[in-house]
Design a binder for this molecule. Structure first.
Ligand code: G3P
Ligand code: CA
Length: 337
């Protein structure tokens, strides 16, 4: 009797590790501004990440959430005072001003401000300088810098897809049409589309060949209730189901290594399901780092982010989101393109 050959799980083909500029280089500039994306590109980002929400007239713009109270100067615009309102989005109550209540022309009169001024006081010096960018402007920026053999990609996230569909502003067809017009429609495009929800990724899977990324948080479940929990999605069984429509997963980094604890098996499990992993979010401030990576006790001071990233690289991640592009590029080693 011959010996049974050991079973080797399938692995996705090796690809270079990518550095994704999370909201631009948001550790150094107010997030989701052209200035933030452009500095990230200068620092060597492979991809820039816009989170996308629509305006009242259906234009996709970059904001982390449709509530623009914390990241723009809208509260100072007396002409928009009456638009302050309360909405329930993904089951949570929010009071403020919302992109879907502004036309693009109106939104363009606002200026961005730093989200975390206590942790990133230097960024607040740019408050009031930059507009809310459109997806079209971000695509143009990436293309402008894709020269001399370098390709700068974009990594858009559809924010609150079920909510926006419910108010008649669905994101998916708008996004796919705009990417197609830019010449991006299949897996060779320098684009990844990400979502924390499941059903809109499944719909996107039918609409486009662009690579899709299923985001997962360390707690909770998708807002469209398409899975019982992110924890269930991250099991070997759950990952197999994700692989039917997604190219990879974007897990909270805690799902791979939580603080200073031992690593989970998520990298190996995802690779066994032929899924790549792009965890988020690597930030330099002590406030965000595990105890072993902190330097001093000032929460604003920078710790050893590069070393932190390398712990994950050693486990075999395929890319990562960071607020500090230059540190990410340095930790990764050589640039992809
Ligand atoms: O999209 C990856 C990461 O950005 C997810 O978190 O909340 O920063 O959009 P968030
Ligand atoms: Ca995001």
């Amino acid at each position: 009797m011959g010996q049974t050959a050991p079973v080797t799980p399938p692995s996705p083909p090796l690809s270079p590790v990518i550095v994704i500029a999370h909201r631009g280089v948001s550790g150094l500039r107010p997030e989701h501004t052209l200035a933030s994306y452009e500095l990230a590109i200068e620092q060597g980002a492979d991809f820039i990440e816009p989170d996308l929400v629509p305006t009242k007239d259906g234009v996709l713009v970059a904001r982390h959430e449709n509530d623009i109270t914390e990241t723009t100067d809208v509260a100072k615009h007396t002409e928009f005072a009456a638009r302050k309102t309360t909405k329930v989005i993904d089951g949570e109550k929010h009071t403020g001003w919302f992109t879907e209540d502004f036309t693009l022309v109106e939104l363009k009169t606002l200026r961005a401000k730093e989200r975390l001024p206590m942790l990133r006081p230097d960024n607040a010096q740019y408050d009031g300088q930059f507009e809310v960018p459109t997806l079209a402007e971000i695509i143009a920026l990436a293309k402008k810098h894709s020269v001399g053999g370098r390709i700068v990609g974009i990594y858009p996230e559809t924010k609150h897809p079920t909510y926006f569909a419910s108010i008649g502003l669905p994101l998916e067809k708008r996004l796919v049409a705009q990417l197609k017009a830019a010449g991006w429609h299949d897996a060779s495009a320098p684009v990844f589309i990400q979502s924390f929800e499941v059903n809109n990724l499944k719909a996107l899977h039918k609409l486009t060949g662009i690579r899709l990324i299923q985001l997962m948080d360390a707690n909770g479940a998708p807002a469209d209730n398409a899975a019982p929990s992110y924890a269930a999605m991250a099991t070997p069984e759950g990952l197999k189901a994700v692989a039917a429509y997604a190219w990879g997963i974007g897990p909270n980094k805690d799902m791979i290594i939580k603080g200073d604890a031992a690593p989970s098996t998520l990298v190996a499990d995802a690779h066994a399901a032929a899924l790549r992993l792009h965890p988020w979010t690597f930030r330099a401030e002590n406030f965000f780092l595990p105890p072993s990576m902190r330097v001093g006790i000032n929460p604003r001071a920078h710790g050893r982010l590069s070393d932190d990233i390398r712990r994950y690289l050693a486990l075999g991640i395929d890319g990562f989101f960071t607020d500090f592009t230059a540190i990410g590029v340095e930790a990764r080693g050589t640039r992809v393109n």
